[in-house]
Ligand binder design. Structure first.
Ligand code: SAM
Length: 181
């Protein structure tokens, strides 16, 4: 990622400040699928809303983002909410690939960051039986654009997984899928 893009994300996150914890959007209505323990990876975690919420549910979370301001806001949110689980904040540019490629997770979340080149690595990061939870901007219900997923993109990209929930509309696509046990 270009330095100017990173600075732009940093400025945006700094302006927004510390947020509040929240479940991943794709998991709403499917919270029974969430593992009650284990390791989670939040890809492009932003200001850590989802990562801290997952830690509050007892998961040990690795949260990755390119923006130091976003990670600082996430760390601040941990001190406010004092979740029982742990969050490790990792500053990394995902354009350079997945950090810690040998790690496996019981849950991989990626919300509102779309890079189809990373889809195989996200699936490969799942432990046996692990859960993938993805939300991306979609062309479905929107006028389209360079950053939006085409209809069916997520189910096609993750055909190697068992799809538990999938919906597209209002400009977003959501997927919940499980790796083979
Ligand atoms: C729209 S925000 C979504 C944040 C969070 N997942 C959420 O749902 O609130 C997109 C995030 O992707 C991060 N990002 C963009 N490009 C990145 C890259 N190449 N590597 C790592 N993070 C990146 C930004 O810093 C930002 O936090």
């Amino acid at each position: 990622m270009a330095r100017t893009d990173r600075d732009r994300w940093d400025a945006k996150h700094r302006a927004l400040g510390t947020g509040t914890s929240a479940p991943p959007d794709a998991l709403r209505g499917h919270l029974d699928l969430l593992p009650s323990s284990g390791r989670a990876l939040d890809v492009a975690c932003g200001r850590g809303s989802v990562a801290v919420w997952l830690a509050g549910r007892g998961l040990d979370v690795v949260a990755v983002d390119v923006s130091p301001a976003a990670l600082a806001a996430g760390a601040e949110l941990v001190t406010r909410e004092q979740p029982p689980g742990r969050v490790r904040w990792v500053e990394a540019d995902l354009d350079a690939g997945f950090p810690a490629e040998d790690d496996r997770y019981d849950l991989v979340v990626c919300q509102r960051f779309r890079d189809p080149a990373l889809y195989p690595a996200m699936a490969a990061a799942l432990a046996p039986g692990g859960l993938l939870v993805v939300t991306v901007l979609s062309e479905v219900g929107d006028t389209g654009g360079a950053f939006r997923a085409a209809p069916g993109e997520l189910t096609a990209a993750f055909a190697c997984l068992e799809v538990l929930a999938h919906r597209e509309g209002d400009g977003e696509a959501h997927l919940v899928a499980r790796a083979p046990a």
